[in-house]
Design a protein around this ligand. Structure first.
Ligand SMILES: Nc1nc2c(ncn2[C@@H]2O[C@H](COP(=O)(O)OP(=O)(O)OP(=O)(O)O)[C@@H](O)[C@H]2O)c(=O)[nH]1
Ligand SMILES: [Mg+2]
Length: 312
């Protein structure tokens, strides 16, 4: 029998959750960027090795919610933490504990789940605030001391991680497998994610834009893959992918397109390359930039982007 567990990967935005999930899976299943609120959906990354299988739920980082999209993302993160076998809270320990970090600690202290891993991420950076995080945990626990029945609560296991380097998250993987219990595999051993391909392509495109954008635009940029037309060629299948790029205000359109269409060309080229590799096809991507005021509040559009569906 194999060891199996469903792991909720949670923590504040930019802590490195998606980077960690990719490192554990050994393949890119979730987009990464230095911009806050990069992940908008719950994405399952699946790790299978000789020990068994871990299903990792990468979630949007908690943040001060603005608007419907922000509230939906926070709800997804909270819901994903519930109903899992293991909670893995990721902290960016190259920074002092922030409000959202303390919030997760207080939640763990209150609920006292049996299996919790606290990951102090970005251990390659200096300064590294390991002690401050331990102190913050002691304080959170002192606010919710265990009752008689909860005396067996062992507290979280702590582990350091450098999620950006090969092998830097090995200890995290070992701890998670130690926690896992015998059971049936939940997915085929070759599966690394079950994220729908339209959403994966939209995310790949959004990641390329994020690399070029600053400040407010990333949060008002939405990508919808409208259609994928498949045809055959001699070597590989050809996918013609039609995509809407939504912005919130007319002034954002020229920024997203870029001078002499440079930004959009850059995004298209990199996304075509990535999609080709991901799916083993030849990808042609057409990007149509549209001004859609208030799209972040439009339930139909949010649902097209997959942000409303059932999550766990
Ligand atoms: N130096 C260093 N940088 C890291 C490490 N892990 C992640 N990062 C960087 O931190 C930034 C944020 O990483 P993400 O994985 O997108 O963070 P996230 O927690 O998924 O963020 P949201 O999706 O917004 O909630 C990226 O620029 C990563 O390259 C690490 O171990 N060391
Ligand atoms: Mg993320």
């Amino acid at each position: 029998m194999a060891k199996v567990a469903v792991v909720g990967v949670v923590g504040r935005t930019n802590a490195g959750k998606s980077t960690l999930v990719n490192a554990l899976v050994g393949e890119k299943v979730s987009i990464v960027s230095p911009v806050e609120q990069t992940t908008r959906n719950t994405i399952r990354g699946i790790v299978s090795d000789t020990r068994g299988q871990l299903v990792l739920l990468d979630t949007p980082g908690l943040h001060k919610a603005v608007g419907d999209l922000g509230r939906l993302m926070n709800r997804m993160a909270r819901r994903s933490a519930a109903g899992t076998d293991i909670t893995c809270v990721v902290f960016d320990a190259s920074d002092e504990p922030q409000l959202e970090d303390v919030g997760w600690m207080q939640r763990v202290a209150k609920e006292k789940p049996e299996k919790v891993l606290f990951v102090l991420n970005k251990a390659d950076k200096a300064p590294f605030y390991e002690k401050m995080f331990h102190d913050a945990w002691e304080e959170a626990l002192s606010l919710a001391p265990p009752s008689e029945e909860e005396k067996s609560f062992a507290g979280p296991l702590w582990v350091k991680s450098i999620s950006t380097t090969e092998g830097g998250a090995k200890d995290v993987l070992d701890f998670l497998f130690d926690f896992a219990e015998e059971g049936e595999l939940l997915f085929d051993e070759d599966t690394v994610t079950d994220y729908p391909r339209k959403l994966a392509i939209a995310d790949s495109i959004r990641e390329k834009f994020l690399a070029k954008m600053h400040q407010e635009i990333p949060h008002e940029l939405g990508i919808i893959v409208k259609s994928i037309d498949e045809s055959a060629s001699q070597e590989k299948p050809v996918w013609k992918i039609t995509v809407d790029v939504l912005v919130n205000r007319p002034s954002q359109k020229p920024i997203v397109i870029g001078k002499a269409a440079q930004t959009i060309k850059y995004v298209r080229k990199l996304a075509e390359r990535e999609v080709s590799e991901m799916f083993g096809v030849k990808a042609h991507i057409e990007l149509w930039v549209r001004v859609e005021p208030g799209w972040m509040k439009n339930q139909r559009i949010l649902s097209d982007m997959g942000y409303m569906g059932d999550l766990v």
